[in-house]
Design a binder for this molecule. Sequence first.
Ligand SMILES: Cc1cc2nc3c(=O)[nH]c(=O)nc-3n(C[C@H](O)[C@H](O)[C@H](O)COP(=O)(O)OP(=O)(O)OC[C@H]3O[C@@H](n4cnc5c(N)ncnc54)[C@H](O)[C@@H]3O)c2cc1C
Length: 453
Amino acid sequence: MPDVSLADVAPSTHDVVVIGAGPSGSSCAYWLADAGWDVVVLEKKRLPREKTCGDGLTPRAVRQLADMGLEDAVAAAGHRYDGLRAVGFGKEMELAWPAHPTFPSYGYTITRFDLDALVAAHAARRGAAVVFGAEVTEPFEFVPPMRDDQLGSVSGVAAVDGVTGESTVVRARYVVVADGANSRLGRALGASRRREWPMGMALRGYWTSPRHDDRFIESHIDIRDAEGNVVPGYGWVFPLGDGRVNVGVGLLSTDRTWKGVNTTKLMEAFLAQLAPSWGITEASCLGPATGGKLPMGLSVGPHCGENVVVTGDAAGAINPFNGEGIAYGYETGRLAATAVANALLGNDPRALESYDERLAALYGDYFKVARGFVRLISDPSVMQACVGVGMRSEWLMSKLLAIMANLLRPDDLGAAELGYRVISSLARSVPDGALESMLTSFDARAAARAAAH
Ligand SMILES: Cc1cc2nc3c(=O)[nH]c(=O)nc-3n(C[C@H](O)[C@H](O)[C@H](O)COP(=O)(O)OP(=O)(O)OC[C@H]3O[C@@H](n4cnc5c(N)ncnc54)[C@H](O)[C@@H]3O)c2cc1C
C-alpha cells in the first residue's frame, strides 16, 4: 500500500475526505474510488492495528465483503463458521445460519487487526489516498446548520500528523464522518446521541484454546450480575481458527438499572461459567481485556448536512438486537458513498438527503422494534422468562436468530415471520418511543411467566 502523507493530499481540494478507516470509512472510500471519485481517507492510527471487537462477521457482513471482491482474502485470513451455539439455563442448541436468497449461510471470524487493514488496502488499490497517522482535530470553515435536523457544513478538516505534530488542512467538497463510537468530528458538526435510547457496553479478551477451530460461535444468554440477576446482554466465545478464541461480555443499558453494572465483574463471572473444554484459564489468557461502547439503533444524529454525512458507529448504527456493527458499518458506508456520488454527479448537495431516506427505509422499523425489545428485556424477570421459553424450542430459537441478525427472508411467511412483521408494521404507525411504552406497559412479567409455565 503506498505511503501517503498529509503533505501529499493538502495542496488540492478533493471530491471527498473520509475520516476513519474502520469498516464504514473504508467501505465508503472503496465504493467512491470504485466509481472514479477523488477520495482521501484520514486515519489517526497506522493499520494494521488492534481494535476492541468480538471479531465476528455475520452473513450480512460477509455479503458486503463479497461485493467488494474480498471474500477470498477474508477466507484466507479468517475462520469460517456455520452458525451459533446458544447456551443458557443448562441447555444448549446449535443453530445453523438460515438459508437466504441474498446472504450466505455462513460467517467468518477474523481479527480487526487483519480485517480493517485488508479493506483499507483494497480501497487504496481502487484509488483512494489513505493517510495513516493523521488525526482529524476539527472541521475547517464550519458553518452551523440552518435546521435542527441537519449538521453544519465545512470546507474540509484540520488533521495532525502523529509523528511531526504538524497540523494541516485537507479541503474537500464533501466530508464523510466515519470516526467510530466516540465520533469527535460528528459531535463538532452538531451530532448528538439520544440518551434515552439503548446503548451497549462490551469487554473482550483473547485466550488460547483447544477449541479454537470450533465450527460454531457460542453465545451465552444467561450472564448474571453480582446479585445473580440475569442481565440484558450476552457473553460470547468466538473461535478464531488460529489457536485463539475471542471471549467477551456485552451489556445493554436502557435505564439506570444497568448503568452501575461492572462489566469487569460480569466478565469474571462469565469466564467461570464457561465449559472447561474451552480451556479458558489464567495460563491461557493472552492479555488484559479491553472494552468499548456500542451506540445502537441509529441513536446518533442528524446523519447529514449540506455537504457532510455520518456513518457506522458515528451514526449509532449498531443493531440493538445483537450488538453487530461491522455489517452496518459496511452498509452505511456504501449508502453514504452512493448519496455523495449522486451529489457530485448532479452537482447538487441536496442529493445527500437520500442518505437519510435510505437509512430510514432500510433500518427504521427494524431498529424501532429492536429498541422496544431491549427495553422489554431490561426487566430481569422478563429477560429470565424469555430466555427460559426460548431455550425450550429449537424452532423458536432459530427464528429468533434470523430476526436478531436481520436475516429474515422476504418470501417467508411462517408464524414467527408474521409475528415480527405485525410488530414491525405497528412500529411504523406509532411515533418514536411509543412502541417501547406499548411493549413495556402491558404486564410483560406476567405474560412471560405464563409462557414459561
Ligand atoms: C467489545 C466489542 C465487541 C464487538 N464485537 C463485534 C462483533 O463481533 N461483530 C460486529 O459486527 N461488531 C462488533 N462490535 C461493534 C463494531 O466494533 C463496530 O460497530 C464497528 O467497528 C464500527 O465501525 P466504524 O467504521 O463505524 O468505526 P470504527 O471501527 O471504530 O472505526 C473508526 C476509525 O476511525 C479512526 N478515528 C477515530 N477518530 C479519528 C480522528 N479524529 N481522525 C482520524 N481517524 C479517526 C479510528 O482509529 C478507527 O480506525 C463490537 C464492539 C465492541 C466495543
